[in-house]
Design a protein around this ligand. Structure first.
Ligand code: C5P
Length: 299
């Protein structure tokens, strides 16, 4: 299975709900940066996971390798739904998406595992039928079943496709330490002690996407978690400055961070921004990518 990372082109956040989640109004895009998930069947009811990576796995955000790994939880949830406790498998994940980076790497692995187990175990559930299971696993897992570019509502789990004209060129500046999504939302709450307005997706952003207008898209990128992420990681402001001064059409914290994303006019323009980021030395790594791409798929 190959499964992409996601970015949020806008991330509108409302005040915390009674269930502890925040209402979101977002536009997701799946980008060409993929984890690979392989599944081998077992017939003893065991579900195991092994994680391999050529990128640096973070010491401060170690990926769990037991029952609390989100891919293992995905497999368990599916077999429970199918009523087949004897089903098992060895899950192997080749990690490319930054860990705890605000790009939904864990959620991507969960989405891929749902699709892989459904296929291997003959579950015959459609993507739409997998959606509620995906939502139970995490707010952005349903989006990664579908990919492309989509509006996200609710706590992020309700998705509907958005019309996009053309391709977007992205540059990602990664960090050598991760960030906990929950910690960033908690910081958002302490910075916004009064109720904030209900979030909405800006019309100008949707128009820029529809028209394939990258300049306008760059101007309309937004993220309500920016202040909270920068409050926990003030150093990210330096990376943002470097990319914007290098001529990016727009620069933004990706999701809850700490990855910083930049929109470029073309692959060559992206390369120029990447070079400026590498020579400034404010980030761990620089990755060029593009979107939209499809969600979790079998290869
Ligand atoms: O849904 P997911 O498991 O990815 O969320 C991780 C954490 O991020 C949640 O436990 C919650 O603290 C926070 N979160 C939130 N509002 C959302 C999504 C996530 O507060 N819409």
């Amino acid at each position: 299975m190959r499964v992409p990372a996601k970015v949020n082109l806008c991330l509108g956040v409302g005040s915390v709900r009674p269930d502890g989640y925040h209402p979101l109004a977002t536009v997701y895009q799946a980008v060409d940066l993929h984890d690979e998930v392989t599944l081998r069947p077992r017939h003893d009811g065991q579900v195991t996971v092994a994680v391999h990576s050529e990128i640096n796995l973070l010491e401060d955000h170690a990926i769990p390798t037991g029952a609390d790994n989100i891919a293992v939880r995905a497999a368990m949830l599916l077999r429970e739904t199918l009523g087949r406790p004897e089903l098992g498998g060895d899950i192997s994940i080749r990690k490319v998406i930054p860990v705890a980076g605000g790009m939904a790497g864990g959620s991507a692995d969960a989405a891929a595992t749902l699709v892989a187990c459904n296929e291997l175990w003959g579950g015959h559930l459609t993507r739409d039928e997998l959606e509620p299971l995906a939502a139970e696993l995490g707010s952005d897992v349903p989006f990664l079943l579908h990919g492309g570019t989509a509006l996200g509502g609710g706590r992020g789990e309700t998705v509907s496709p958005v019309l996009v004209g053309g391709r977007h060129h992205w540059v990602f500046a990664t960090s050598s330490t991760g960030m906990s999504t929950a910690a960033v939302y908690a910081e958002f709450d302490s910075l916004n002690p009064r109720r904030v307005p209900e979030p909405h997706v800006p019309d100008a952003l949707l128009a820029a996407l529809r028209d394939g207008n990258s300049r306008e898209l760059g101007r309309t990128l937004s993220n309500d978690l920016t202040e909270a992420s920068l409050s926990l990681r003030p150093d990210l402001a330096d990376t943002l400055d470097v990319g914007v001064h290098a001529g990016a059409l727009g620069g933004l914290i990706s999701g809850s961070g700490p990855t910083v994303m930049f929109l470029a006019e073309s692959g060559q323009h992206g390369f120029d921004i990447a070079r400026a980021l590498v020579s400034a030395g404010t980030c761990a790594d620089v990755i060029q990518s593009s979107g939209p791409v499809p969600g979790a798929h079998i290869v």
